[in-house]
Each structure stands twice: as structure tokens, then as C-alpha cells.
Design a protein around this ligand. Structure first.
Ligand code: DGJ
Length: 314
């Protein structure tokens, strides 16, 4: 067997030989296991009323587990669309992210919950006693009582958790602290990147510095990524610019950020995770994972046809 590698843009298979369905995803790491949650789009695509959007009846969110990040076992659809839609009509279910709440011991999933015209603009919240689910849908919230579309949630090193979300009709990024039970925000929020129209946020901490990646707002079409850094989750954020270099830098290598995974036990190893959307057939959207490199404090992302975790040993 050849050594396993990541091949950005190829079809990635699970251990049963099926294409992995974990779009717009994020990873939770616990006790030697990576849990990858994402949108399962493995259903025929049908056109929606919105020009440029190809939607279908959603399936829900899948979870895959791995000990090494290369081999993934499908744990199934851990939150089913039918369960959500039995309570609320939410045809758009995107970007699930899961945190383990220290106060309640529960696994808390947040996701973007919307109508087909993307005007509902809420977050769905679900909980489970196990990282592999099943998750129970608890309803939708408006974080800090505002509209919310693309978002991420982040657990800081002190256990405090935050939601970073595109608000004000995608114009401005809001950051709000979650309650201790992680089921809602504490109410207030701060505003960042005002009128900059940033979406697809992904945050990580390197040393004392926080890095925030985001994309512009061009629907399913790729655009240049932007990186910003700050001394705290709540800013102030200073824009570094596009971290991508080389061919494809202007389209984030035809992809859009979704998450940055810190490798456990390593000070300086982070994987940038992005989606190469295929709007005409969203189920065939691909994963673009790339190693984060740093030029002093500046994040640098370079294309690799193929790479493996040994890049972090150098
Ligand atoms: C861009 C977002 O990042 C995606 O999650 C999705 O909502 C598309 N827009 C829909 O156009």
C-alpha cells in the first residue's frame, strides 16, 4: 500500500469506498479520534426558485471518524433533515460545527438554518450525549438577536466559546460569546470587518495570536480568501490580506474556507479546510485541504497536488 496522502480536489472515499459527504464541515478532536461533521449532499440535485442555486431536499449532517485524518469511517447521518423539518421548515441546512460543552458534557452542533431565499438567516442548534450522535434538534436561534448566515463556532483555550457570523445581510461579521451551556449567545455582540461582506469564517489560535480566514460573498463561486489576526477572539482584527500564493491564489484554489484544524500536540501545525463547490451538482463538491505555512506571523497557503502530514515535521 502506498503511503496515504491528501489529494485536494480529488474524490475522497470513506472506508466503505463511498465518496465522503461532509461539505461545509468542521472537525472535533477528542482522545485520539477526529470527528468530521459536514453537509451530506448525496441526493439528486433539483433546481430551486433561486437563480444560481441548485438545491434539493436536504439529507442532514454526516459524521466521519478517523484516527489519522486519512482513513474515514462513516458513522452515519447524525442529524437528519426530517427531524429538523418536523419542527421547522428549514430547507437550507449548512456548515455544521460541533463543540463539546464543558459545563453540560453535551456535544453541541450549530448550523446555518435558512429558507431557500436565504432570508430566514438563523442558526440551528442540536445536542447529543455522544460525538457520533444521534443529535437532537433543539430549535433555531438568532445569535445576539441578529440575522446570521455563514458562521463558525470556536472554543477558546479558557473554555469560553464564541460564534463568529456574517450578519447585517452578510455585510458585517459579528462575534458573540456563547452561554455556558453553548445553546445560545449571551446576547451582545461586537462588529468587525464592517461593510466588508466576509463569509465562510474559520478561526484558529497560534501562540498568542488568533487568525481568522474568510471569503468574499459570491455565492458558490470562489473568490480570494482573506486572513486577519488579532490578540483576542473579539479583536481588534488586522487584515493581512490573501494568504494564498501561486497559481489559483485569486480563487483560493477554486475553494472556500470552512475550518482550520490544529493538529493536537503540535505547536505549529494547522490544516486549512475548504470546499470546492460544484453548484450544478453539489454532491460532487470536493475538499481542498492544505497545510498552513507561516512566514513569521504571516499565513501562507500554497497548492499541493498531493501532500501528507510529514510536512509538519520539517
Ligand atoms: C456561500 C456559502 O458560504 C455557502 O455555505 C452557501 O451558503 C452558498 N453561499 C450559497 O450560495
Amino acid at each position: 500500500m502506498p503511503n496515504p496522502t491528501f489529494r485536494p480536489g480529488d474524490i475522497w472515499h470513506d472506508q466503505a469506498g463511498q465518496p465522503i459527504q461532509a461539505h461545509g464541515g468542521g472537525i472535533l478532536y477528542e482522545e485520539g479520534v477526529y470527528y468530521w461533521y459536514g453537509e451530506n449532499k448525496d441526493a439528486p440535485t433539483v433546481s430551486s426558485e433561486m437563480v444560481g442555486h441548485q438545491l434539493k431536499a436536504p439529507i442532514g449532517f454526516s459524521c466521519y471518524t478517523s484516527a489519522d485524518l486519512y482513513h474515514w469511517k462513516h458513522e452515519g447521518v447524525v442529524l437528519r433533515a426530517e427531524q429538523i423539518n418536523a419542527q421547522e421548515d428549514i430547507p437550507v441546512q449548512e456548515r455544521p460545527k460541533v463543540l463539546h460543552c464543558p459545563a453540560t458534557g453535551q456535544y453541541v452542533m450549530w448550523f446555518h438554518a435558512d429558507h431557500r431565499d436565504y432570508a430566514y438567516a438563523r442558526c440551528g442548534v442540536a445536542t447529543s450525549d455522544s460525538p457520533t450522535g444521534p443529535f437532537t434538534f433543539r430549535g433555531t436561534v438568532r445569535p445576539a438577536d441578529s440575522d446570521s448566515r455563514d458562521f463558525t463556532v470556536y472554543q477558546d483555550t479558557d473554555g469560553a466559546a464564541y460564534i463568529l457570523f456574517a450578519s447585517e445581510w452578510n455585510k458585517t461579521l459579528w462575534i458573540a460569546r456563547l452561554r455556558d451551556d453553548y445553546l445560545d449567545t449571551i446576547g451582545s455582540a461586537s462588529r468587525h470587518f464592517i461593510d466588508q461582506s466576509r463569509e465562510a469564517p474559520a478561526i484558529f489560535k497560534r501562540g498568542d495570536r488568533y487568525y481568522l480566514l474568510s471569503s468574499g460573498c459570491t455565492g458558490w463561486d470562489p473568490n480570494p480568501a482573506e486572513c486577519a489576526t488579532a490578540p483576542a477572539v473579539t479583536g481588534p482584527w488586522t487584515v493581512q490580506g490573501n494568504p494564498c500564493v501561486g497559481d489559483g491564489a485569486e480563487t483560493t484554489f477554486q475553494a472556500q474556507s470552512t475550518f482550520v484544524l490544529p493538529l493536537p500536540g503540535k505547536a505549529d501545525a494547522f490544516i486549512f479546510m475548504a470546499d470546492r463547490w460544484k453548484p450544478a451538482d453539489l454532491r460532487d463538491s470536493r475538499y481542498v485541504w492544505l497545510p498552513c505555512q507561516f512566514d513569521d506571523e504571516r499565513l501562507v497557503l500554497q497548492w499541493h497536488d498531493s501532500w501528507d502530514l510529514s510536512v509538519f515535521e520539517k
